[in-house]
Design a protein around this ligand. Structure first.
Ligand SMILES: Cc1ncc(COP(=O)(O)O)c(C=O)c1O
Length: 459
């Protein structure tokens, strides 16, 4: 290579040294068991210790890595720490993390068959496996997108496109709408805003579950323009699975698309004991499940699967002169199945992890998380000063400390993060604050969860 810019790309001595240094850093981080939990820093601290890294000359890789290692990385909470129990954590397998490095190192392009047929083939093997677990026909397919929000949006865009196609020649409604549960994820409201459609939230029952009847009742209020019903298979707050079978029937009766948002909880279907809980998912027109939630894969990845992928391609394929060679080829181009174009082959870390350990290991890991959730629920039930808000179903446990106000939860949450014990942010239900454990990490143990609960009694 010639020219000054070539130093960024060629294998000169400095680049080789930097490669070793960065790989060693990654190796050491991966070998930590666990890595420090760490925590956020103030803007003024970061400005003081990590400002002015971007300048004309560059710092050199050694110095930049040092700033990352010493200042920036410790200012990021380790989401893979066994005590990280807030939101939905991530717990990638060693194989998944390693292969995420490989996806970057190979610059593989995952948008088209022409450029990435090998990667696309492997990703599609994973999607076919997921479709089979869920009970969709062999013809099902889709793509991996960045996250559940984008997966839900892309599925709903396909659903509306199909609703419009079905009404060809007829008058279109003034407003389009979807029905979802009052306990559904905020991404559905966000999708409705982006699509400029209405979202009708049907009331979940006392268990936090959407029923078929609630969907039918909600539909009565919609004059025209209903095109999809969304069921949640594993609510984010409680891990409760909607009555999928009833909702599938209701959607059929209403003649609308049936989408299942399984971003967090659909992975629970891998535990054979839970199969019946998910009855009705096999009737979905589309579903999502996020490998970066409960399929032990690194950020960021959502598997989006359609019963009939052709409908998605009709809705999403982008056309342009420079793209015609791809779109006219008739080959399977993952870009065509969601709202995206350029794409990382983000399904590959899951492919490698599954191929390495086998599906059986995944079944065991999911089942163990569910068992742990029930075990800690038993402990909580046995304590006078604690109260379960709901019985856990999958791997989320929500509980109250009797007499605590939000400020108490906040103070406790900050203290246990400072002490590197755990990361448990306050949540709430019906206006009452609570604590919530989202358990998706095979390295989280009952002993640690009990210690975190015990810490609620310490000052
Ligand atoms: C049920 C459900 N749907 C959708 C999402 C959004 O997924 P993402 O954060 O990957 O966009 C989440 C995130 O927690 C979720 O729990």
């Amino acid at each position: 290579m010639t020219g000054k810019a070539a130093k960024m790309h060629s294998s000169n001595a400095a680049t080789i040294a930097l490669r070793e240094e960065v790989l060693n850093y990654a190796r050491e981080r991966m070998a930590m068991d666990p890595a420090p939990l760490d925590g956020p820093q103030s803007l003024s601290y970061l400005k003081k210790h990590a400002a002015n890294t971007i300048n004309e000359k560059g710092l050199g890789g050694h110095k930049a890595l040092k700033i990352f290692e010493d200042v920036l990385a410790p200012a990021c909470i380790s989401t893979d720490h066994p005590g990280y129990l807030s939101f939905i954590p991530v717990a990638p397998t060693e194989a998944a993390t390693l292969f995420d490095l490989v996806v970057s190192a190979t610059s593989v392009y995952g948008g088209s068959w022409l450029e990435g047929s090998g990667a696309v083939f492997a990703e599609n093997e994973v999607l076919a496996w997921l479709a089979k677990e869920v009970g969709l026909p062999k013809s099902a397919g889709g793509t991996f997108v960045q996250g559940g929000s984008l997966g839900n949006l892309s599925a709903l865009v396909t659903a509306r496109h199909e609703a419009i196609a079905k009404r060809k020649g007829k008058k279109l409604p003034k407003r389009w709408s979807i029905i979802a549960s009052s306990e559904s994820h905020s991404s559905l409201k966000a999708a409705a805003r982006v699509m400029d459609i209405d979202i009708v939230l049907a009331k979940a029952n006392h268990e936090g579950r959407l029923t078929g009847q609630a969907v039918l009742d909600a539909a009565e209020k919609i004059k025209d323009g209903l095109f999809a019903v969304v069921a949640t298979s594993g609510t984010t707050n409680f891990g409760i699975v909607d009555r999928l079978d009833e909702i599938a029937k209701a959607a059929k009766q209403l003649g609308v698309w049936y989408h299942v948002d399984g971003a967090y909880g659909l992975a629970g279907i891998l535990d054979p004991r839970q199969k019946k809980l998910f009855k009705g998912v096999e009737k979905a027109d589309s579903f999502i499940v996020d490998p970066h939630k409960w399929l032990f894969t690194s950020f960021d990845s959502c598997a989006l699967v359609y019963r009939n992928p052709k409908l998605a391609a009709a809705a999403h394929t982008q056309h342009g002169e420079y793209l015609d060679t791809l779109t006219d080829s008739g080959e399977f181009n993952p870009s065509d199945y969601a709202y995206h174009l350029t794409r990382r082959a983000r399904g590959l870390p899951l492919w490698f992890s599954l191929a390495t350990y086998g599906v059986g290991a995944y079944r065991i890991a999911v089942a163990e998380n569910i068992d742990l959730a029930h075990k800690i629920a038993d402990v909580i039930r046995s304590r006078k000063d604690l109260k379960l808000v709901r019985e856990p179903e999958l791997s989320i446990v929500v509980f109250e400390r009797v007499g605590w106000k939000l400020a108490d939860y906040e103070k406790w949450s900050q203290r246990i993060l400072r002490e590197e014990l755990g990361f448990v942010t306050p949540s709430s239900h019906e206006g009452k604050p609570n604590a919530r454990f989202a358990i998706v990490n095979p390295r989280t143990e009952l002993k640690l969860l009990t210690k975190i609960i015990d810490s609620m009694s310490e000052k």
